[in-house]
Every structure is written in structure tokens, then in C-alpha cells.
Design a protein around this ligand. Structure first.
Ligand code: ATP
Length: 235
């Protein structure tokens, strides 16, 4: 579904991604693990067209999306829930969800159906539909960020650090929903500092260090890999 060839990204003199090769097949959850500053966010933002690459190619369902604008990439079926949630704080939950569907053409009835679909996935959002998003807890904001991305009806969902700064119990709930979304057919690329959580629900994973892929493989094997255990799983 997604094929990335020799992707490099620079911020001025800093080379944030170095010759990344990556692929994700339909119906997979693939995680991208690595510590703070490894380049996970840069990779997701480059796939979304928010950061421009220096070299390399990105294909989504065989379309070369390397030089497309973000709204064009969303229309093709890739949408992102960003690190730090980035919900629109002064908008209500419902308005945030509608913003997620902004790039797609749908009738008011279709939008309403989609909002109901999101409430089925995230009942907490249903209870808070008319509240401003700034009033939500961190966990609820994370649910909203994921639901907002889903409102674009993506074929590939990019999740950047969904566990960041959220209470463990809510993280468990969110990861359960991520697994269920995948079981219902959603292809998911998950960038996570919490390698254990990510590997547990993924089919495959890539380990990123200082902008390079240093390991890749099936998630279960990486979970028991000595280097990964030492560096990312606390030994
Ligand atoms: P985190 O989870 O903390 O965001 P990350 O793995 O997602 O970490 P990136 O945020 O992609 O890593 O950062 C990769 C490298 O690029 C780091 O060295 C970072 O300092 C640098 N970097 C990121 N954004 C910018 C920017 N806008 N300008 C300059 N350098 C940046």
C-alpha cells in the first residue's frame, strides 16, 4: 500500500532522515519505534506532505505522492493524528470532527453518519460532543485526534505517539481501539516511543535511530530481540 524508497529529509544542516526504505501492506499495523529525536515525527509528516523530502520517493497505492500537497494526500486516503493531538482548542468536539472531513465531499447526512460511527468507536466523545475541546482530558483529546483523522475515511491511518502524556488506563483503551480498527480492516502506521506497547499490537516494526532504520522485522521477534530489549524495553 505504501512504499518508501531512499527517503532523506533535512532541516537545514540537520539530516533528520537518512535513506529510509519502508513498506506497509494492506491490513497491517506497522510500528515505528525509536527514542526522542530519532525521526519518527519527521517521517510521518513527510508522508503527509507537511515536510518536503530532500530525496527519495513515496508511493501510495502505486501513486507517486512525493511532491503532493497535504490535502491531495488526504484525498488519496492517508490521514494523520499528529503528535500532541493538536485538536482545535476553541472548537467543540463536533466541530473538530467536521474539520477532519474538510477535504472530502460529503452530504450533511453522510457527515452525521460518520460522526455517529466515531461515537460508536469512542463513546466518551459522544458525551462531550458540544464541549470545547480544550476542556477534554488528554486521553479524550487523543481519542478526538484519532477520530478526526478517521473522519477523512483514510485507507492508511498515521498515528504519532498516541500514548504520549496519557494515563496508563486510557492508553490501554486507546490501544485496544487501535487494534480493533485494524481488525475491521484499517491499515495503520504507528509511531511510538513506548516500544513495548507498540510492538504488542503490531504485525511488523521498524526501529529508527538518529534518522536511520537500524532494525526491522516482525513485531514479536523484535519484542524479544536483545538489542531492542536493552535499548527500548528496559532490559
Ligand atoms: P519526538 O517523538 O520527540 O518528536 P521523533 O523521533 O519524532 O522524536 P523528530 O521530531 O522527527 O523525532 O526529530 C528528528 C530530528 O530532527 C531531531 O534531531 C530534531 O531535533 C530535528 N528536528 C525536528 N523538527 C525540526 C525542525 N522543525 N527544525 C529543525 N530540526 C528539527
Amino acid at each position: 500500500m505504501l512504499l518508501v524508497e531512499n527517503l532523506s529529509v533535512n532541516y537545514g544542516a540537520i539530516q533528520a532522515l537518512k535513506n529510509i526504505n519502508f513498506e506497509i501492506f494492506q491490513n497491517e499495523i506497522v510500528s515505528l519505534v525509536g527514542s526522542n529525536g530519532a525521526g519518527k515525527t519527521t517521517f510521518l509528516r513527510t508522508l503527509s506532505g507537511l515536510v518536503k523530502s530532500k530525496s527519495g520517493k513515496i508511493f501510495f497505492n502505486k501513486n507517486n505522492i512525493s511532491n503532493l500537497e497535504s490535502h491531495e494526500i488526504v484525498k488519496l486516503g492517508v490521514s494523520q493524528s499528529p503528535e500532541g493531538r493538536m485538536v482545535f482548542p476553541d472548537m467543540t468536539v463536533k466541530e473538530n470532527l467536521l474539520m477532519g472531513a474538510f477535504c472530502t465531499k460529503r452530504t450533511a447526512q453522510e457527515m452525521q453518519n460518520d460522526i455517529e460511527r466515531m461515537v460508536a468507536w469512542f463513546p466518551r466523545l459522544g458525551e462531550r460532543m458540544t464541549q470545547k475541546s480544550i476542556l477534554l482530558s488528554g486521553g479524550e483529546q487523543q481519542m478526538l485526534a484519532i477520530a478526526r483523522a478517521l473522519m477523512a475515511k483514510p485507507k492508511l491511518l498515521l498515528l504519532d505517539e498516541p500514548s504520549l502524556g496519557i494515563a496508563p488506563l486510557i492508553v490501554q483503551q486507546i490501544f485496544k481501539i487501535i487494534s480493533e480498527l485494524n481488525r475491521e480492516g484499517m491499515t495503520i502506521l504507528l509511531a511510538e516511543q513506548n516500544a513495548r506497547l507498540a510492538l504488542k499490537i503490531s504485525h511488523r516494526a521498524y526501529v529508527l535511530e538518529l534518522g536511520s532504520v537500524i532494525k526491522k522485522g516482525d513485531a514479536q521477534s523484535l519484542l524479544y530481540d536483545d538489542d531492542v530489549q536493552r535499548a527500548y524495553l528496559g532490559g
